[in-house]
Design a protein around this ligand. Sequence first.
Ligand SMILES: Nc1ncnc2c1ncn2[C@@H]1O[C@H](COP(=O)(O)OP(=O)(O)OP(=O)(O)O)[C@@H](O)[C@H]1O
Ligand SMILES: [Mg+2]
Length: 386
Amino acid sequence: MTNPYLTLPIVRLGIIGGGQLGRMMAKAAKRLGCTCVVLDPTPGSPAGQVAGHQIVGHYHDPARLRELVESCDVTTFDIEDIDTETLLQLEREGHPIHPSPQVLALIQDKLTQKQTLANAGIPTAPFVAMPEPSVEAFADFGYPLVQKARRGGYDGRGVAILHCAEAYSQHLPVPSLVERFVPAEKELAVLVARGRDGDSRSYPVVEMCFRSGENVLDMLLAPAQIPADVAVAAQQLAVRTLDVLGGVGIFGVEMFLLADGSLLVNEVAPRTHNSGHHTIEANVTDQFEQHLRAVVGLPLGSTAQLSPAAMINLLGAPGHRGRPVIKGMAEALAISGVCLHLYGKAATAPFRKMGHVTVLDSDLSTARRKAEQVRDLIEISGEDHP
Ligand SMILES: Nc1ncnc2c1ncn2[C@@H]1O[C@H](COP(=O)(O)OP(=O)(O)OP(=O)(O)O)[C@@H](O)[C@H]1O
Ligand SMILES: [Mg+2]
């Protein structure tokens, strides 16, 4: 954007996917004078509520995708499971879509993603393609292993961690890749923004803590508690990874830190990421505004962190469905440094992401302790009891 005069709306932004990521993006977009249209199958989706304009339709419906893209100046997405054939066609017709549908298609398939990274010399866990999982093929590869569905997985659905042959019954009967189980010391993530001009900026490295047996992020610590040289190496690796993949926007690069200090890239998300929610309060430019700046062609903002932060997801309580009932909200908000986000989802479900809490504190361990306190205080149950 070189024209010093910009007319409101700055752009009409199309967002494919109406979840929490789209909701937070729509907020950032409105702040910068943009209007938004959301495509999502559920009327009144979290992002649709904020955007004010939603096309009700599926991400694999060519007609609805076309309607969205043609009614906007720039289109982006908050999910990965989208019909890329239609997006590629719309891009060929001259509609700006970022990140590009080619990059999305490459990343959507965990196998082509891994192959592209490994071929470019990005360190990843050793893997093989597994078009038809079988007892013999798993045994040949050897345990412990991690099986990943090529397509459609998220929040750990589509990932099976099998420690021994006896666990084979828990495998996924779908075309997959199988990779070596990595005994990671820590899981790290680096958000990288790439502008339309190729400028790229990384955010400070964060640490993702998972509860064993669960794949949804349990606690995020920013910055990661790692030596400075490891942090620099992680940021460099993330930028290199993005140089291999290309594309414009925010990308989340998930990594494993091994005991010897080396790093392996786990996977890349071509969108804003759960590991960057704290940037809303803790960094100069949050990941949603940064993504918007990138896809619109505005200069990227500072990624500097202003305060240590701990972040937890607020998940729907097990055994509960229906209209959300939130317990402990006032008590949580009484704790200083607590920033609460509720996503406006009409119904809760077990382990569904219903919101998140970021705690800011000049001392990271205090932030963590407060976040744990909030996790104990807030419970999201549902009106439909079993
Ligand atoms: N090779 C591996 N070795 C050990 N653990 C692994 C390996 N691959 C994945 N995991 C574990 O499984 C989790 C989910 O895997 P992955 O990130 O590939 O799947 P996902 O469904 O795309 O996850 P999400 O959507 O939550 O990012 C990882 O965060 C990590 O805890
Ligand atoms: Mg992941």
